[in-house]
Unconditional design. Structure first.
Length: 232
């Protein structure tokens, strides 16, 4: 899969290419990643990409000219929908991550200031996605959230693919609790069943824990699982 990023802060994405699972995805060739700097398409020497809003008011707006050229350059290289990260978009979740991971390409457009000129949304954007009901100062961190969530779903990226399948939200449930050495930590023991070596009992215990956690912490997930079962 190839992901293109359109941003005025390309350096931020060093965090994606330099660390962890996303770095592994890039190194293994399962993910290709191109960052397009909007300032490269500015027409003045100061590489200006923003201006005051028509109608007045606080803040600046990303101007359409450099953005349009930058997105068009990204489209020449990367196929797939252009997604604008915005708090006004549909909410990102594991289902959306799975859907995006099925694409061969994707372009993520990062806003800044008050956002992008609306005509960019009208002429260049296929889909608008939010990572939650709060406002960040730019679309770069939301884009990184999406890249990470998508990259770990690509085949061959996470060493043990079973671990991805057992993560929260994949079966409509939260994950079970996990323990590692030592057996006793500050007076707290690892649950005995995990030391038993009985794989069936361990599987059963993990399932019960996951169900109970989901029931207590996210009853909405249990309700929607129930609904889809009745629908089937
Ligand atoms: N004036 C905009 C509004 O109220 O809808 C917010 C602009 S915000 C300060 C600047 C940029 O950050 C946005 O254009 C968007 O790209 C990004 N952004 C902020 N919060 C976000 C969120 N929850 N999800 C996705 N992108 C977000």
């Amino acid at each position: 899969m190839e992901i293109g990023i359109v941003t005025i802060f390309p350096e931020i994405f060093g965090a994606v290419s330099g660390f962890g699972m996303t770095r592994r995805a890039l190194e293994s060739g399962n993910l290709a990643f191109s960052v397009f700097d909007v300032r490269d398409y500015a027409s003045d020497r100061r590489r200006t990409v923003d201006d005051r809003p028509y109608g007045g008011g606080p803040g600046m707006v990303l101007t359409p000219g450099p953005l349009a050229e930058c997105i068009d350059a990204a489209r020449q290289k990367v196929s797939g929908p252009v997604v604008y990260l915005t708090p006004q978009g549909e909410q990102f979740d594991q289902g959306t991550a799975r859907e995006l991971a099925g694409l061969s390409g994707l372009i993520l457009l990062c806003g800044r200031y008050e956002g992008v000129d609306e005509r960019i949304v009208e002429t260049r954007v296929d889909r608008e996605i939010s990572i939650g009901d709060y406002v960040l100062s730019g679309g770069e961190f939301p884009a990184m959230v999406i890249v990470d969530a998508v990259a770990r779903l690509l085949p061959g990226v996470v060493g043990n693919e079973k671990s991805v399948l057992e993560d929260s939200f994949n079966e409509g449930m939260l994950d079970c609790p996990h323990y590692t050495r030592p057996e006793n930590f500050e007076g707290l023991d690892v649950p005995k069943v995990l030391l038993s070596g009985n794989h069936e009992e361990i599987r059963q215990w993990r399932m019960e824990q996951a169900l109970e956690r989901t029931r207590v912490r996210r009853p909405d997930l249990v309700r929607s699982a129930g609904r889809s079962e009745t629908e089937n």
